[in-house]
Design a protein around this ligand. Structure first.
Ligand SMILES: [Zn+2]
Ligand SMILES: [Zn+2]
Length: 361
């Protein structure tokens, strides 16, 4: 049997290739920091809970690039990145009962879990003790014609959510929705979103829809208008000491979505006593701890979200029309897309459209 690869979108260049059904076409880094190259491999074996998903769209996340650079020290090469995936179920293991072939699903960073450790048993799968092996990009990720994950981590998508929107929600969306939902509990609480980028512009939309009093905090004054359009009620320039002084003791929660350098002592002062800073980015932390102690502040990391929150996030995003700002590029131009993100030029997320999908001929 042979397959032709046809374009999924009329707006992207067409690349017609033929390939055997026994091969997956992906884009892999062969070594640390290297550009991606076309890479074909045998489809991973389908376990009884697994689904194979033909990828139509895959978001490009900063995390993909950090993994190419082996920032986390866990990357195995050749490495096929991609963990913000939308596609169609094309094959299923024998124990899969809640999905069927042809279903459109979204997949985020977590593609499986051990289902057996204390955290998995408590429904906190994102804290699975086997988390390194649980990544969607193990063994190979979504910059490919298909991907294999545990069906319990492939989420059916509401028809109303376009695929390019869903890709970003699967990672950036859950990353900001989960802590906003967990730690900000009262309506009109004062929430500050630090960073107006890929995560931040979504956090502003979610926080606004959750009915908080939302302030965007950014080092880029030129982002003010857009931040207000995303749902911010106020805008503070993070380097503006006068504004920060005026905002002292006014925030219940700060959500840090950036990994950039931050003047923490000035920013922690804008938290109310008993306030909380939640990190979803990976900024360096260095500050004098006196105010942290004296004001009884909390600093919390937040990693993705569990499966229940993922479903709630998708339903919430649909209901409130949460739409990330994305730029579509064909997957064949993945290296160009990576370069753009490396240069911080993506506004705000790049979604790769798979210009090659398998169809039977
Ligand atoms: Zn991501
Ligand atoms: Zn586990």
């Amino acid at each position: 049997m042979t397959y032709a690869l046809i374009p999924t979108e009329p707006t992207v260049p067409v690349e017609v290739m033929r390939m055997s059904s026994s091969k997956v076409l992906g884009y892999a880094a062969k070594a640390v920091g290297q550009p991606l190259e076309p890479f074909t491999y045998k489809p991973p074996k389908l376990g009884k809970h697994d689904v194979r998903v033909s990828v139509t769209h895959c978001g490009l996340c900063h995390t993909d690039i950090q993994a190419i650079d082996d920032y986390y020290g866990i990357t195995e090469f050749p490495f096929v990145p991609g963990h913000e995936i939308v596609g169609y179920v094309s094959a299923m293991g024998r124990a899969v009962s809640d999905l069927k072939e042809g279903d459109r699903v979204g997949i985020g960073w977590q593609g499986r879990s051990c289902m057996d450790c204390d955290f998995c048993l408590q429904g906190e799968e994102q804290l699975c003790m086997d988390i390194v092996a649980s990544g969607t990009w193990v063994p190979y990720g979504g910059f490919a014609s298909s991907v294999l994950v545990d069906s319990r981590f492939a989420y059916p998508l509401p028809d109303a959510i376009p695929s390019e929107v869903a890709t970003v929600l699967m990672c950036a969306g859950i990353a900001v929705f989960s802590p906003l939902q967990s730690y900000a509990v009262r309506p009109r609480q004062k929430i500050g979103i630090i960073g107006v980028g890929g995560l931040g512009h979504l956090a502003l939309q979610f926080a606004h829809a959750l009915n908080y009093d939302v302030t965007a905090i950014s080092s880029s004054p030129e982002k003010k208008e857009e931040a207000l359009a995303f749902g911010a009620d106020h805008f503070i320039i993070s380097e503006d000491e006068t504004s920060l002084r005026q905002a002292m003791f006014s925030f219940d929660l700060l959500l840090c979505t950036t990994s950039a350098k931050i003047n923490w002592e000035a920013l922690l002062n804008i938290l109310k006593k008993n306030g909380r800073l939640v990190l979803v980015g990976f900024p360096d932390l260095a500050f004098n701890s006196t105010d942290l102690v004296a004001h009884q502040l909390s600093i919390t990391g937040s990693f993705l979200g569990n499966r229940t929150t993922m479903r709630e996030m998708l339903a919430f995003a649909q209901e409130h029309g949460i739409v990330p700002k994305v730029e579509l590029m064909p997957m064949t131009r993945v290296n160009e897309a990576i370069q753009k993100v490396r240069e911080n030029k993506a506004r705000y997320r790049i979604v790769l459209v798979n210009d090659t999908v398998e169809v039977e001929v």
